[in-house]
Design a binder for this molecule. Structure first.
Ligand SMILES: Cc1cc2nc3c(=O)[nH]c(=O)nc-3n(C[C@H](O)[C@H](O)[C@H](O)COP(=O)(O)OP(=O)(O)OC[C@H]3O[C@@H](n4cnc5c(N)ncnc54)[C@H](O)[C@@H]3O)c2cc1C
Length: 374
């Protein structure tokens, strides 16, 4: 086995970022990704600015992708009442199609071995991991990072608690064209059963992504009928969908999204990004957290790695502690916000309160984001 070899499962934002960071520190990285690049992913595509300085230090400056600068939030309640606020730090609008592919190219340039395969099993024994892919590839490693996103069969294999519960959420995404949609705006429109985010990407397409409860969705025949009968009850979404031209032949859909707490370390696998915990999408911070968690894990590994006598317990404890310190309160605030926004009465009440005290909103947004990551 090569010294300083690490296996990463999943080549989304967390996995690719960790691969770049660790490869630059001299680790040999085998990264397994089940899908090919580039591809579209269900995501709001609003990326908080907090991680841009860190991406620069990794040699992956995201300004090369010509993202749009987003500085304003417009929020509407199901009845159509609107609040606008400046985003304290702001963000960029960038498609996952471009972003993940850019990091993938950077990983290849950085010497990361990217293997297009689906990991189906992980075994840890005698202080070593053995992983197995659907195509029968076997890899061995002293450390494995789980960066495989929200939900995977691997969660079942690892017997993780959250996977046993049914989740009530699904999400739908597509790109649209509408010239009059402002560049610098992220709009969050609430409807009965969920909310829908709209913002521009680097191609000028508007990414439209909504999260809905399965209970509200299942009463309708399909996503088109749901859009007509539920989303378009919000007058802002109604006006958008009437005017905008869809750019995808079919919406992308994912189901079984879990916001339950997850373990950061499971059977000695260090979990990153959504595999460690998913913040409610309305906070617009999941991508930044995925990237930041990769930084925390990489730094912890670099500090504690010793191929001859790895103190695994210490490494896991330090990672867990740093993760909690950085993200726990953001996730909690996200859970509270989601509860408020999905209760129509509370959503209207909180909106009235924010109209009276508009200065509260930037403070709430700050609580779901971090400071600049260097
Ligand atoms: C509806 C919705 C809207 C969102 N909007 C936003 C937003 O606007 N802004 C924001 O910051 N965040 C948003 N998020 C959150 C954001 O999308 C995630 O937090 C982010 O993608 C997490 O990155 P990740 O690398 O952990 O996972 P992913 O990006 O999902 O990457 C995981 C990768 O692992 C691969 N994989 C999975 N299993 C295996 C396996 N067994 N073997 C090999 N490969 C595997 C997958 O193919 C995938 O490429 C949203 C989330 C949802 C659900």
């Amino acid at each position: 086995m090569k010294e300083k070899q690490i296996v990463i499962i999943g080549g989304g934002l967390a996995g690719l970022t960790a691969s770049l960071h660790l490869a630059s520190a001299g680790f040999q990285i085998k990264l397994f990704e089940k899908d090919t690049y580039p591809n579209h992913k269900v995501c709001g595509e609003y990326l908080s600015r907090e991680i841009l300085p860190y991406m620069n230090t990794l040699g992956a400056p995201l300004n090369l992708l010509n993202p749009v600068a987003i500085e304003q939030l417009l929020y509407s309640s199901p009845s159509g009442k609107v609040i606008k606020a400046e985003l304290p730090l702001g963000g960029i609008g960038i498609s996952r199609y471009a972003l993940d592919n850019f990091l993938y190219q950077k990983a290849l340039e950085g010497g990361v071995e990217v293997i297009n395969d689906n990991i189906t099993d992980i075994d840890f024994s005698e202080n070593r991991f053995q992983i197995l892919t659907v195509n029968g590839v076997v890899a061995e490693s002293l450390l494995v990072l789980g960066a495989y996103g929200k939900r995977s069969l691997l969660d079942k294999k690892l017997n993780r608690g959250f996977i046993k519960k049914k989740t009530g959420w699904l999400a739908v995404k597509a790109h649209y064209e509408l010239d009059s949609f402002p560049d610098n705006l992220v709009a969050l429109h609430n409807f009965k059963g969920g909310y829908c985010g709209l913002s521009k990407t680097e191609t000028s397409a508007i990414n439209v992504c909504y999260l809905a409860t399965y209970n509200s969705f299942k009463k309708h025949k399909n996503a088109d009928v749901y859009k007509q009968e539920v989303l378009m009850k919000n007058k802002h979404l109604n006006s958008f969908f009437k005017k905008a031209k869809p750019l995808f032949s079919k919406d992308l859909t994912i189901a079984q999204i879990s916001f339950d707490q997850k373990t950061r370390v499971q059977d000695h696998v260090l979990m990153l990004g959504d595999a460690a915990g998913l913040i409610h999408p309305l906070c617009g911070n999941g991508m930044a957290m995925a990237i930041h968690s990769a930084k925390i894990a990489s730094e912890t590994i670099i500090e504690h790695y010793d191929p001859m006598s790895l103190n695994r317990k210490k490494l896991e404890e330090v990672y867990n502690k740093r993760w909690n310190k950085t993200f726990r309160s953001r996730l909690q605030t996200g859970r509270i916000l989601q509860k408020i926004l999905l209760n129509p009465g509370m959503a209207e009440f909180s909106q009235n309160a924010l109209n009276v005290f508009p200065s509260l909103l930037p403070g709430i947004i700050k609580r779901t984001h971090g400071n600049q990551v260097l």
